[in-house]
Design a protein around this ligand. Structure first.
Ligand code: NAP
Length: 288
């Protein structure tokens, strides 16, 4: 009798833990970021002018990273830079304005610049965080302009930057790509087929890259957030439907978990309110 009672209690406790968690259990088991993996390391963040990228910059600065911030809007990057504080911030923070849809020639110049900063220390972490703000449309209604912009910014730009940067990392025998993907890259996402397709493509490329380069000191962490609360409200990304809109993970928590994942060298992590994930998968299974 006592055994059954204790088993039930354990089951209820596990269920409660599952329902109230905001990430996968491997990720949550790590608890804290390893500061020594970040301090004095060169970290290049794209999409650092707002949203999750801005919060990542703040948290990484406070952990002692040497930061390089990128996005198209230089004035916003300056604003973010001036708000940072840490061992190397804001004084030593570098800015490289860039459009991920630019030519490979332009991206090459950006990579060479990033490699030359901090007395040529080279980039330790490349955080591919920028993404195209896509208007919602059905899979068939998407227009060509939106289709191309989504793939140029979410897929081709990050892949080009990676192809250009990886040789430098390989020559040092170390480097880490952190990729902001999405739960949308894992599950069907009504109204966001093209965004979902772009994140699937990103997952495919970076998981393959890891399998090719993991023996040569290159790490890849793919981060799959569900709905995240950001200041500009872009958080409609992966699962923004009637089930999930009310329970988003904060961008601070998303950034914190991303840094924990990267510093523990995790390969893929999911960040989301678990109730959202259950409800999203329920809603998809009804629709399919
Ligand atoms: N928020 C969510 O609910 C959620 C959920 C799952 C996954 N994610 C992913 O998490 C990442 C960050 O999301 P977020 O909500 O923080 O995004 P956000 O607030 O819209 O910020 C997007 C960032 O990307 C930059 N960007 C846009 N187009 C660019 C271009 N052509 N070249 C270079 N930079 C460009 C923007 O800066 P400029 O305009 O200055 O260029 C901005 O800094 C994205 O990869 C997103 O897909 C977000």
């Amino acid at each position: 009798m006592i055994f059954i009672f204790l088993s039930l209690l354990l089951l209820v406790a596990l269920l409660f833990k599952f329902l109230t968690s905001d990430g996968d259990f491997t990720l949550l088991s790590k608890r804290h970021a390893k500061r020594e993996e970040i301090e004095d390391k060169v970290v290049w963040i794209t999409g650092a002018s707002r949203g999750i990228g801005e919060v990542l910059a703040k948290q990484l600065a406070s952990l002692g990273a040497k930061l390089i911030l990128s996005s198209r809007n230089e004035a916003e990057l300056e604003r973010v830079k001036n708000q940072l504080s840490g061992k190397h911030a804001p004084g030593e923070v570098k800015i490289i304005p860039l459009d991920l849809a630019s030519s490979e020639e332009f991206l090459k110049e950006a990579v060479e610049k990033a490699e030359s900063f901090f007395s040529g220390a080279g980039v330790d972490y490349m955080i591919h965080n920028a993404a195209y703000e896509r208007p919602k449309s059905t899979a068939l209604d998407v227009n060509e302009e939106s289709l191309k912009a989504t793939f140029n910014i979410n897929v081709l730009g990050p892949i080009s930057l990676t192809r250009l940067l990886a040789p430098f990392m390989l020559s040092r025998g170390r480097g880490h790509f952190v990729v902001m993907s999405s739960v949308a890259g894992k599950t069907p996402t009504p109204g966001q087929a093209i965004y979902s397709a772009s994140k699937c493509a990103l997952n495919g490329y970076f998981h393959s890259l890891r399998s090719e380069l993991c023996q040569k000191g290159i790490k890849v962490t793919v981060v799959c957030p569900g709905p995240i609360e950001t200041s500009n409200g872009f958080g409609s990304t992966s699962s923004g439907n009637k089930f999930t809109s009310e329970r988003r993970v904060s961008s601070e928590r998303c950034a914190e978990l991303t840094i924990i994942a990267a510093t523990h060298g995790l390969k893929e992590v999911w960040i989301s309110n678990q109730v959202c994930l259950i409800k999203v998968s329920e809603s998809h299974s009804f629709k399919i």
